[in-house]
Ligand binder design. Structure first.
Ligand code: NAD
Length: 345
């Protein structure tokens, strides 16, 4: 029996050690597999759009789900202006709990884990949707998520070249530096138009709290796959509306994506395809070589559940956690007060 009053905690430091012990790309390959396995059993999960608390500068969200055995949630924020204060745009932590007792069984940092799982999810979707033989990806937005995206597409989709663009040349230089030696050919570009030249896959992963136009209609020709990651909140999108009308649109969980994704720009009955159905074979992915496919990524609770379960399983053989004294454990379960009294100094 595991000791239920002691909760394994994965700090940022331990998360980094764990990722390096396994290998960054290998973690994303394994995460993609785990997410795919869970998407294939989609119907066994409790699902709800995430619970968002908006402010003028950002959003704080809770993302819960359960498969009846295990419950999980992630706390995550999105504050595009944080960057100017020297803070991360996105930070997160998460919990797994045992449904049978309601006791938490894992607490983990999820800022790094979110970047890994988002990139794994993007590349997994692209494996079903991108044109066959795609080798080049434009990567627009070169902030925290960007290198993870590049490496996941290399490891999972066989991308060999990334073409970088960011409003900030410092961000692009940082991304290029971090990807040096990764095996990817890295090309830094001076505009989004330049970045998409020759790219079969276009990833947008910018942060701005507005209806931005990172890609306009005239930039998108037939046969590309768009991985739109940055538009993930009401009033925060990246693509011009006419691109959406020309695309076959794939989403995680429609009730959440209709609120948060690029498709918030479209009527509520505009057809979209759920990715889990593509993965089970119930729905078609890419129709033909000329179709424009769009993964309207917002990030869904099941992906975080998969990531936390993956982490829990890795901790069975890897030592990268510490015990947290987080759950009160009186010898007599009725005598919580007595336990407190006896602790009086
Ligand atoms: P970040 O702030 O570290 O990086 C964003 C980058 O975008 C910055 O370098 C900024 O200069 C650049 N940028 C902003 N406007 C631009 C424009 N018009 N053209 C080119 N570049 C521009 O943020 P991050 O942590 O990398 O996250 C990026 C986005 O991804 C955020 O919007 C975040 O909310 C979203 N996100 C989505 C998911 C998901 O599952 N879909 C998961 C994590 C993060």
């Amino acid at each position: 029996m595991p000791q239920l009053n002691v909760v394994p905690f994965v700090s940022v430091d331990n998360m980094m050690k764990l990722v390096h012990a396994i290998g960054i790309e290998q973690v994303m390959v394994e995460l993609a597999q785990r997410i795919e396995d869970d998407f294939r059993r989609w119907e066994s999960f409790d699902k709800t759009p995430r619970i968002a608390s908006h402010s003028d500068v950002g959003v704080i969200e809770l993302m819960p789900t359960s498969d009846g055995q295990t419950y999980g949630f992630k706390y995550v924020n999105g504050h595009p202006a944080n960057m100017r204060r020297g803070l991360q745009t996105v930070t997160a932590f998460g919990v797994l709990a045992e449904v049978a007792t309601g006791y938490p069984v894992l607490l983990s940092e999820m800022t790094i884990l979110t970047a890994l799982r988002t990139a794994a999810m993007s590349a997994l979707a692209a494996r079903y949707l991108a044109p066959k033989g795609a080798t080049t990806m434009a990567l627009i937005g070169n902030g925290s998520q960007s290198e993870f995206q590049a490496l996941a597409f290399r490891a999972i989709c066989g991308i060999t070249e990334v073409r970088l663009y960011d409003l900030s040349t410092d961000a692009t230089a940082k991304c290029a530096r971090n990807l040096a030696g990764s095996g990817l050919r890295v090309v830094s570009c001076g505009s989004a138009e330049d970045a998409i030249l020759g790219a079969q896959i276009i990833t947008t992963v910018t942060a701005d709290k507005q209806y931005a136009t990172i890609l306009s209609g005239n930039m998108i020709g037939p046969g590309v796959h768009i991985n739109a990651v940055g538009g993930d909140c009401p009033g925060k999108t990246e693509l011009a509306g006419d691109i959406l009308l020309r695309s076959d649109i794939f989403v995680e969980y429609p009730p959440q994506t209709r609120i948060e994704g690029e498709i918030q720009q479209l009527p509520a009955d505009h057809p979209v395809t759920e990715l889990w159905q593509v993965m089970t074979g119930a729905a078609k992915g890419r129709r033909d070589a000329r179709a424009i496919t769009l993964f309207d990524s917002v990030g869904f609770a099941i992906e975080d559940f998969s990531a936390l379960c993956y982490l829990r399983d890795k901790l069975a053989t890897l030592p990268f956690c510490e015990d947290l004294d987080m759950i009160a454990d009186p010898d007599d379960p009725r005598d919580l007060f007595g336990m407190l009294l006896r602790a009086k100094p």
